[in-house]
Design a protein around this ligand. Structure first.
Ligand code: G
Ligand code: G
Ligand code: NA
Ligand code: MN
Length: 249
């Protein structure tokens, strides 16, 4: 409970901030997008990682304010980057179910001046646990205003292939658990199958969690379109990501 109140205060008083992790196009070496990752610097506990407070925020409802803050800050930041660099923002299923969500996205875009096609909304398969019309409606509305919808952590969650047909994603991110087992044969086979499935639907593929050059080379051979991971760049604060973008965009 106390942490919940402190999180509320942190959201209101710039106690949280964003780091940005670069995504590189393949086979070249250009930054084509950055993912916004939220950070909480607590006065006594130090850095609290997002997996320890995003869940809390989902439980106590703060996710709406937190998510709105993240969207606005991410769009403001990206509006200053070169126009070919997109910004990816993680969105929780609970945010998507908020009737105000579309308006929140529209406001973040309008306030920052960011072109809608530069905003990628990352969602996980969890939203399909309830294969509701509401979910499909909000995704379609976001698509209609020009945002990209990205399926994150693909292959780990509620893995039915039906939703790939029921909604047109602009990108699929292969979960890092598969990437990190490369070059093991079963992981390689799964990644090959995901890429072939995505290609048959004209959906670009990103691999996350790339940590070694061998993994990178393997993914390049398999026809992966974009890579993200510690090999190429860690999540970093605003001023550092700007320097990375300037030398690699
Ligand atoms: O930043 P890190 O790599 O530690 O992220 C851990 C987890 O927290 C990831 O699953 C990531 O998607 C999630 N996460 C990071 N930032 C956000 C955010 O702004 N909103 C939501 N919903 N999840 C986030
Ligand atoms: O769940 P999501 O895909 O949003 O996860 C983002 C998380 O993945 C962040 O916590 C980020 O720090 C982490 N991450 C990014 N690249 C790597 C990597 O190469 N290796 C590992 N182990 N984690 C990574
Ligand atoms: Na993500
Ligand atoms: Mn992911």
């Amino acid at each position: 409970v106390r942490l919940g109140n402190e999180l509320r205060a942190a959201i209101a008083s710039s106690g949280i901030s964003l780091h940005f992790q670069p995504l590189y196009s393949m086979p070249g070496n250009r930054i084509s997008a950055c993912e916004a990752l939220v950070r909480w610097f607590h006065p006594t506990h130090g850095m609290i990682p997002p997996d320890q407070f995003v869940g809390l925020a989902e439980e106590n409802g703060l996710i709406h304010d937190l998510g709105e803050w993240v969207l606005r800050a991410a769009c403001m930041e990206a509006a200053d980057w070169p126009a070919q660099v997109k910004i990816a923002v993680n969105v929780s299923p609970i945010q998507l179910r908020n009737p105000r969500f579309l308006g929140i996205v529209e406001n973040a875009l309008a306030h920052s001046g960011l072109a809608p096609h530069r905003l990628e909304i990352e969602i996980t398969e969890n939203i399909f646990v309830q294969n509701s019309a509401t979910n499909r409606d909000i995704l379609r509305q976001l698509g209609r205003i020009g945002c990209s919808i990205v399926l994150d952590d693909f292959g780990t969650g509620y893995s039915s292939l039906g939703y790939l047909r029921s909604f047109q994603f602009q990108k699929i991110k292969i979960d890092r658990s598969f990437v990190q087992e490369l070059p093991e044969r079963s992981a390689s086979g799964i990644i090959r199958a995901i890429i072939s499935l995505a290609q048959s639907m004209d959906i670009p593929i990103t691999a996350e969690g790339v940590e070694t050059h061998d993994q990178w080379a393997h993914l390049n051979d398999l026809g992966c379109n974009q890579v993200q991971g510690f090999l190429l760049g860690r999540p970093q604060p605003s001023d550092m990501i700007r320097q990375s973008i300037m030398s690699h965009a």
